[in-house]
Design a protein around this ligand. Structure first.
Ligand code: GDP
Ligand code: MG
Length: 665
């Protein structure tokens, strides 16, 4: 069964489906920790055989009978049986086959596997050790040079495990010394960058040299050797466990494909391999990818947990908590998936994700807040309906409204607060403004209505009070009528003003508003009085006549006068007339203040009309005067004066009488 995947073909093309195919491996799918090992060595030195035996991989092995099996050349990757170790095998050609091209590919593939591997196995035939072997030397040279190239940017060490194949008689320590000698020789020889000129090989590698017995001649011992090697790869509890932390290259498994692809690309282009930058790029790439994954998971699966219930209710009680939970879920997913990537990169991407999610949640938050606004405003309106009577003004209006306002806004605030969460950065102020506007405008409307009601009630009371006494005063029309009216009005004011004042205080009216209110009250007062006086003035002539009669025809005791000679008719006549004229004057204009100068709007009876009335009155008065005189004269003489005498008398005194009448004083 072939499980290995081709990473790079011999023409240098990176497998475009690698990432997708790797996802089928549990190790990759579950984002597990893993280790990685690769091997270099001469062609047909048993590299693939070793891997297959150690890790139960299925790399093609050259068949000793039929020559090389037809396998695609290139770089391959497989996983160990336990799925925790990635194994990279390079399937090359014999150097003789492709010459220069072989050199190139070997070097590139070595660089590639070094950049990825924690443990690098160097495979050697025993018989090649110590002898001058071009193949071995060039191999070590390549290994060191390539590593130095990587070390310019990468500082983690690599474990070099030399495995001597077909180890027979020569003691291992002799072989080890020989190899170390070669290693140091080559290390000295290779060109090193300035900063590494004095460095030792041990600064870059942990080196161990071991061996395996001859596979063909001592197959059992060979197998034992393989079994002894296994725990060093598989069991972290083993003393000489190979995959020590210090060798880990820091590439999370989910970024392996992407990272190896970009590394290969750089190698192909013969550019300097800058591993930290590559790692950073990988981190950025993966974190962005994971962030995208987290975000679409959030939008497609999580957000619905808020949208759906929110559609069904007035508002969500624990909105803030719910949002925070969703956010934390998504961030947790992100953190878990990116924990193996560079912190600086993942932190930045995490913040971007957080902001994006909060933005998305904010849309729902706005919906929630609008719902809360509606709910709160409707509750507020209900409360107003309950508290404010329709048909009368409300005492303590302002205080009660203030209570409701405070209750409403604090309820809004508490609902608002339960809709945000600590790190959301959401403000409820922009939403509370609208609520306050609704509250304020409704209260103002109610206040306006209440004040109108109050004015109406006050005016009704005013009218009732005025009607109690004032018509009587107008009817009497005594000289002190206006004074009495003013006193009466003052009484009414004294009665009504404190009540109004109490309400107005309750409504919390400003001084200016109060002025307007009282002005309306006073205007109405004036208009009621004007109307009454004006109605009464229609009868002013009668009133004048009545007053004149009272004073002229009747005496102080109210008895009809019997005119005697000693009575000063003319004087009484003049006085009575004056009284009658006073009545006319009383109704001619309104005087609600003391000693006013009459203004046109105060006039009840115009000047011309007054003259008409006076003329009318005079006629009656004259008649009364004449009658009175006649009566007096008849009382002077007991005898009957013949009528002819009266005719002569009148004829003689006519002028005199007229002049008296015209000028009574
Ligand atoms: P690779 O090209 O380095 O991967 O070598 P292979 O694993 O394909 O092996 C090449 C040949 O060497 C095969 O015929 C193997 O059976 C044989 N072989 C593998 N391991 C050993 C070994 O340890 N000793 C000997 N003598 N032959 C081996
Ligand atoms: Mg092979």
């Amino acid at each position: 069964m072939q499980t290995q995947l081709q990473m790079v073909d011999y023409d240098g093309n990176f497998n475009p489906n690698l990432s997708e195919e790797l996802e089928k491996w549990e190790l990759v799918r579950k984002r597990k920790d893993y280790h990685i090992v690769s091997v270099v060595g001469c062609q047909s030195s048993g590299k693939s055989t070793l891997f297959n035996l150690l890790f139960q991989t299925n790399f093609p092995v050259m068949d000793s009978d039929q020559g090389r099996t037809q396998t695609t050349k290139g770089i391959w990757v497989d996983k160990s049986t336990n799925g925790e170790i990635l194994v990279i095998d390079v399937e090359g050609t014999d150097s003789s086959e492709r010459g220069e091209e072989h050199e190139q590919f070997a070097r590139k593939s070595a660089l590639f596997s070094f950049a990825l591997s924690e443990v690098l196995i160097i495979n050697m035939w025993m018989q090649d050790i110590g002898r001058y072997s071009a193949a071995n030397k060039s191999l070590l040279k390549t290994v060191f040079e390539v590593h130095l190239e990587l070390f310019c940017s990468e500082t983690s060490k690599t474990f070099l495990l030399f495995i001597i194949r077909d180890h027979t008689l020569t003691p291992l320590n002799v072989l080890q010394e020989q190899i170390m000698k070669d290693v140091h020789e080559i290390w000295v020889q290779i060109a090193k960058p300035e900063e590494f000129s004095k460095s030792k090989i041990e600064d870059f590698f942990s080196i161990e040299i071991t061996s395996l017995p001859h596979k063909i001649h001592e197959p059992e011992k060979f197998n034992e050797g393989i079994e002894l090697l296994k725990p060093r790869f598989f069991n972290p509890q083993t003393d000489n466990y190979l995959f020590q932390k210090q060798f880990f290259k820091g590439i999370p498994i989910d970024g392996f494909s992407k990272f190896s692809e970009s590394i290969w690309k750089v190698i192909l282009e013969n550019k300097n391999l800058d591993i930290p930058t590559q790692k950073q790029m990988l981190s950025l790439f993966r974190c962005t990818e994971i962030s995208g994954e987290a975000f679409s998971k959030f939008k497609e699966q999580e957000l619905i947990q808020i949208i759906e219930p929110l559609e069904k209710v007035n508002y969500l009680k624990d909105f803030g908590n719910r949002c925070e939970k969703l956010l934390l879920n998504s961030l947790e997913f992100f953190d878990e998936s990116t924990k193996r990537y560079q912190k600086e990169v993942s932190e930045k991407t995490r913040e971007e994700l957080r902001v994006k999610i909060i933005e998305e949640l904010f849309k729902q938050f706005s919906i929630q807040m609008v719902k809360i606004q509606e709910h709160i405003c409707s509750e507020f309106n209900k409360e107003i309906e309950k508290v404010v009577p329709k048909d009368r003004p409300l005492k303590q209006f302002s205080r009660l409204m203030n209570d409701i306002k405070i209750k409403t806004t604090s309820e809004f605030e508490s609902l608002g607060k339960s809709s945000v969460f600590q790190t959301s950065g959401w403000e409820i102020i922009q939403f509370s403004e609208k609520v306050i506007n609704v509250i304020v405008s409704r209260i103002n409307k109610e206040k306006e209505r209440g004040v109108k009601l109050l004015l109406k009630k006050a005016l009704d009371s005013l009218e009732t009070e005025i009607k109690k006494d004032i018509p009587f005063l107008l009817d009497q029309a005594f000289e002190n009528m206006w004074q009495k009216i003013r006193e009466k009005i003052d009484q009414i004011r004294n009665l009504l003003n404190p009540k109004m004042e109490e309400y107005l205080q309750g409504f919390g009216l400003l001084q200016e508003e109060k002025k307007v209110f009282y002005k309306q009250f006073e205007d109405k007062l004036v208009s009621i009085i004007s109307k009454m006086v004006s109605e009464a003035s229609n009868f002013v002539l009668l009133k004048m006549k009545k007053r004149f009669d009272e004073r002229f025809r009747y005496d102080e005791k109210g008895l009809p006068r019997v005119w005697r000679p000693e009575h000063p008719i003319s004087e009484i006549f003049q006085r009575a007339k004056r009284q009658a004229h006073i009545v006319l004057d009383l109704f001619s204009y309104i005087r609600l203040t003391e000693n006013p100068t009459p203004k046109p709007e105060d006039m009840i009876i115009q000047e011309k009309e007054q003259n008409n009335i006076r003329t009318n009155f005079e006629k009656d008065a004259e008649r009364a005067f004449i009658e009175a005189q006649y009566m007096q004269n008849s009382n002077v003489t007991n005898f009957k004066i013949p009528p002819i005498f009266w005719i002569i008398f009148f004829a003689l005194s006519y002028n005199k009488i007229i002049s008296i009448m015209k000028n009574p004083l």
